[in-house]
Design a protein around this ligand. Structure first.
Ligand code: SAM
Length: 526
């Protein structure tokens, strides 16, 4: 990016960021605990975000943890104005923003439990990349965790071709709008002109066209057309972090760290040629042609534990949205049962205790429990099966923990450092998250209490705004009906249009369905 030009590129084209659950202190604390760190409780911590843009990631964190302190830094005045407006509207007093170059961030900012730099490292000059690592060292508390994401090789070698070609083609255009349109046009032209079913170049162009077609203008402008975009190999990033006294803690996506998710022969080769875990992950990046990383760092003087076992789960809370595929689950050891989440991740299990544990979690959701509580429940459910098994209680605990960790890596269960604070069962007078209701009122993307950005259609947005804890379902249905009569929205019934004589009943049912969906999306607090 051009720091000297009169209009800063992020003031020219605002980056429409997201909430990033993988950067949330709850997730960072969870991974820290798994690997033997004792991170600060996110409900009482200090968080710094570098390149926080419009605050779409940081503000929801500050909203959720009022006793924690949040500082956002960005060079774009315009983006920070959006962040500040949201902060004022929500009346948050635990978050501040600094309009500044991160190069000028000093030790006087104090120390933080969590430092987040998402989508910044690859997009700044070498000097600023070094400064990011300096901040991650100097401003990080002894048990703190830094999260830095970056574009990586080898995947970016292929995407870089597209970047270079679009940069060349758009050089002669001035406005960001023209440049972005032309970048799209060039990739479209190339993808449709280079033929060959199995030609690697044609395949690459088609993949990139798909990405570009699905992406927003702001992403294309800042990813492909910015002056600065320097991907880096994982091992090089870790080397550079090491020179700053930082060590690799984990990847935000735990599953991508583990060789045992690979087919056995491939895993054995990777382990055989790798001198350490950094090399193993580097080889896995080669295997996956990886493009992007979200790496967690901590101080290099902290002893970490790399063995994931029952002890790693200590202090963590376990929850799962996975449901058994079959209505009745056979707990006997010889039967394999499939459990699947609404997102489509799944696992096949035969160990009775794990089957019972997953059934328990599915019934409890969104409640989360400790390993001890879960083991107790699962044990009670499988008393009959215990007699057929030779393992000691300790071995059974270990086997259950092993399965649960594997399920976590495969995103079938969730681990949390903090309890969930949303409800999934509709109360008589539902109350929506104030943040979500505000975002609905201004037409912004909506962030739920799991820090995910969710897509809602118009009637859901209006219902969210009306759910203030004072209206029952009849009143909410009347409210939606009023809006429909005014022509503001059409309440769509997925099943069938509601005939006029059953309108009142039908409308109430639909309102309940929409409300239930909002509850399932973790948007309600009562
Ligand atoms: C690609 S955007 C990512 C925004 C946000 N973190 C996200 O991922 O949605 C990069 C952000 O870093 C900010 N940035 C770039 N260079 C900076 C610098 N030297 N100091 C502070 N912020 C900077 C930009 O203004 C922009 O908001």
């Amino acid at each position: 990016m051009n720091y000297d030009s009169h209009v800063y590129s992020y003031d020219l084209v605002i980056y429409e960021g997201h909430s990033y659950p993988q950067s949330h202190p709850d997730h960072l604390a969870t991974l820290g605990r798994l690997f033997g760190l004792t991170p600060q409780d996110p409900r009482r911590c200090r968080v710094l975000e570098l390149g926080c843009a419009c605050g779409t990631n940081l503000v929801p964190m500050a909203f959720r943890f009022p006793k924690s302190e949040f500082i956002g830094v960005d060079l774009s005045r315009k983006q920070l104005e959006v962040a500040e407006k949201t902060t004022r509207a929500l009346g948050l007093s635990n978050i501040v923003f600094h309009h500044m170059d991160l190069l000028n961030l000093e030790k006087s900012f104090g120390k933080f439990d969590y430092i987040i730099a998402h989508g910044v490292f690859s997009w700044v000059s070498d000097e600023r990349q070094e400064k990011i690592l300096t901040i991650c060292k100097e401003n990080l508390k002894p048990n703190g965790i830094a999260y830095v994401s970056y574009n990586t090789y080898p995947g970016w070698h292929m995407r870089e071709m597209i970047r270079h070609m679009t940069l060349y083609h758009t050089e002669r255009f001035q406005s960001p709008g023209d440049k972005t349109r032309e970048a799209r046009a060039l990739v479209n032209f190339l993808a449709h002109s280079v033929s060959g079913e199995n030609d690697p170049y044609a395949l690459l162009l088609r993949r990139e066209l798909e990405l570009i077609t699905q992406s927003r203008d702001s992403y294309i402008f800042h990813e492909f057309l910015e002056e600065q975009n320097s991907p880096i190999y994982f091992h090089q990033f870790i080397d550079r972090a090491g020179k700053h006294g930082l060590q690799y803690l984990a990847e935000a996506d735990l599953g991508s760290m583990l060789t045992n998710v690979l087919p056995q022969d491939i895993a054995e080769t990777v382990e055989g040629i790798s001198k350490d875990m950094i090399a193993a992950e580097q080889y896995m990046d080669f295997l996956k042609n990886r493009l992007f990383r979200q790496t967690l760092l901590c101080h290099d003087n902290i002893p970490l534990s790399r063995i994931l076992d029952r002890r790693s789960l200590k202090g963590l809370l376990i929850g799962s949205r996975a449901r058994p595929e079959k209505e009745s689950v056979d707990l006997t050891p010889e039967h394999k049962e499939v459990f699947r989440t609404p997102e489509g991740t799944w696992t096949r299990v035969d160990f009775p205790l794990t089957k019972a544990a997953l059934m328990t979690l599915s019934k409890l959701w969104p409640k989360v429990v400790t390993f001890k509580e879960l083991f107790h429940e699962a044990w009670q459910m499988t008393l009959q099966e215990q007699s057929q098994e030779a393992h000691s209680i300790r071995e059974k605990k270990d086997l259950l923990a092993e399965d649960l960790l594997f399920c976590f890596a495969g995103k079938v269960i969730e681990l949390h450092a903090c309890p969930q604070d949303f409800v999934t069962v509709l109360s008589e007078k539902p109350r929506a998250s104030r943040l979500a209701a505000y975002q609905a009122s201004i037409g912004a993307p909506i962030v739920n209490l799991r820090h995910e950005t969710v897509d809602l259609e118009v009637s859901s947005r209006y219902l969210l705004m009306a759910m203030d804890g004072n209206k029952n379902m009849d009143q909410l249905a009347d409210y939606l009906s009023g809006l429909e009569q005014l022509g503001i929205l059409t309440i769509k019934d997925k099943e069938a249009p509601v005939s006029s004589d059953t309108h009142a009943g039908g409308l109430r049912e639909k309102t309940v369905r929409i409300a239930q969906n909002l509850a399932e999306l973790a948007l309600l607090i009562g």
